[in-house]
Design a protein around this ligand. Structure first.
Ligand SMILES: *Cc1c(COP(=O)(O)O)cnc(C)c1O
Length: 405
């Protein structure tokens, strides 16, 4: 029995069955490559859903992790630590907001955004307790807590997990008219991803985020901009909202903020919004811990100092054009921004998953999202040469070679 089979059997025996991963067992990673337990090398074209934008085990991030691990790892927020302040200062400077509130996972940061928006709404609009409403988009992905799945439009994310929190209204993504029409005197915020990642790399019309922000301003509500997946260089700008000239009123970041080594997330907002939080209103045992702060500071530093947004822009533009030039009977179209690219497989050609399995057999790891889409989101440190080598393989596989359709 191969080691791969052994590890998969062990996992199948002991783990909850809440995932259906590709049958590859990884044991080592460096830059944009990972190796499996049988010694095969793969190109990582998923980057843990954009949590490894800096590449696996980036030396600067690893050094920050090791240095901090030797000194102090966790204090809780019952005490100050000497790392959180400088991390948040750099995060605020890079994003342009007054204040940051650090958490750990993306879903926790989204929950934090929901809490800050509701409290801000009650204080500024004088709504009766329990009346605050938040508008969200169909086809969204904001995480897996019960509140968040409660406003998902994906039936599997919801089925069996109710009852859900009220106070959310769903509109189509990319439709500013629908946003205006959905607003009532109870609306406190609009929660949106600037590109829907899990929803299938869905890019809204140009100017969408800016128009949404203007509408929010006109109606005295907050734009909650979930950049957990699109942020930190992924789409060819530091934040995807930069394509439209806005980062929203509350910016939600996670994933690559931890550089692929430690969970670090945060929300950012100006004083006028963040002032609604008082001691005891919100918290997390690990949020803002010194180890996460050191890793977060180094992770953000790598994105900025290595110019990864510009790299993503250049490589992404070129690579998407190369993908569009592939003549395949199965590709419907290619979409995305920067190195956040979706290859959409035609409905008639079946789901995207068998194409991802065939790519895996040829040494390229990506995953399928929203049934028909092959997601291409390599680490942003990838080179043009490495990407170039994938093109004949992708052309071959998307023409049907090795695909169990
Ligand atoms: C991944 C993701 C989340 C949730 O992050 P977790 O760390 O998995 O909780 C939220 N929003 C978006 C847009 C994401 O891509």
């Amino acid at each position: 029995m191969s080691r791969t089979t052994q590890f998969i059997q062990q996992t199948d025996r002991y783990s909850a069955r809440n995932y259906g991963p590709l049958p590859v067992v990884l044991e080592r990673g460096e830059g944009c490559f990972v190796w499996d337990v049988d010694g095969r090398r793969y190109l990582d074209m998923l980057s843990a859903y954009s949590a490894v934008n800096q590449g696996h085990r980036h030396p600067r991030i690893m050094q920050a992790l090791r240095d901090q691990a030797e000194r102090l790892t966790l204090t809780s927020r019952a005490f100050h630590n000497d790392r959180m302040g400088s991390f948040l200062e750099i995060l605020c400077e890079a994003t342009g907001f007054d204040r940051a509130l650090p958490m750990n996972t993306g879903a926790e940061a989204v929950e934090t955004g929901i809490k800050v928006a509701r409290k801000w709404g009650y204080e500024t609009k004088g709504l009766a307790d329990g009346d605050a409403e938040i508008i969200v988009c169909a086809n969204n992905f904001h995480g897996r807590t019960t509140t968040i799945v409660g406003f998902s439009s994906e039936s599997q994310y919801r089925r069996g997990f109710g009852p859900f929190a009220p106070g959310f209204k769903t509109i189509p993504f990319g439709d500013v008219g629908a946003l205006e029409a959905a607003i009532s005197e109870r609306t406190v915020a609009f929660l949106v991803e600037p590109i829907q990642g899990e929803g299938g790399i869905v890019v809204p019309p140009d100017g969408y985020m800016m128009r949404c922000h203007e509408i929010c301003r006109e109606h005295g509500m907050l734009l909650l901009n979930d950049e957990i997946q699109t942020g930190l260089g992924r789409t060819g700008k530091l934040f995807c909202g930069d394509w439209d000239g806005t980062r929203g009123d509350v910016l939600i970041v996670g994933k690559a903020l931890g550089g692929g080594v430690y969970p670090v997330s945060a929300i950012l907002a100006d004083d006028e919004v963040m002032r609604v939080f008082h001691p005891g209103d919100h918290g997390s045992t690990f949020g803002g811990n010194p180890l996460g702060a050191a890793v977060g500071e180094a992770s953000l530093g790598v994105i900025v100092d290595e110019g990864l947004p510009a790299r993503s822009l250049d490589l992404g533009r070129w690579f998407a054009e190369e993908l569009r030039a592939i003549e395949s009977p199965h590709i419907d179209h290619v979409r995305g921004r920067g190195l956040m690219i979706g290859i959409v497989i035609k409905e008639d050609s079946g789901p995207a998953r068998p194409f991802c399995e065939a790519l895996m057999d040829r040494g390229i790891l990506c995953n399928d999202t929203h049934h028909q889409v092959i997601r291409i989101s390599p680490p942003l440190v990838i080179t043009r040469e490495i990407l170039e080598e994938t093109l004949p393989v992708i052309a071959d596989v998307t023409s049907g070679a090795g695909v169990a359709v």
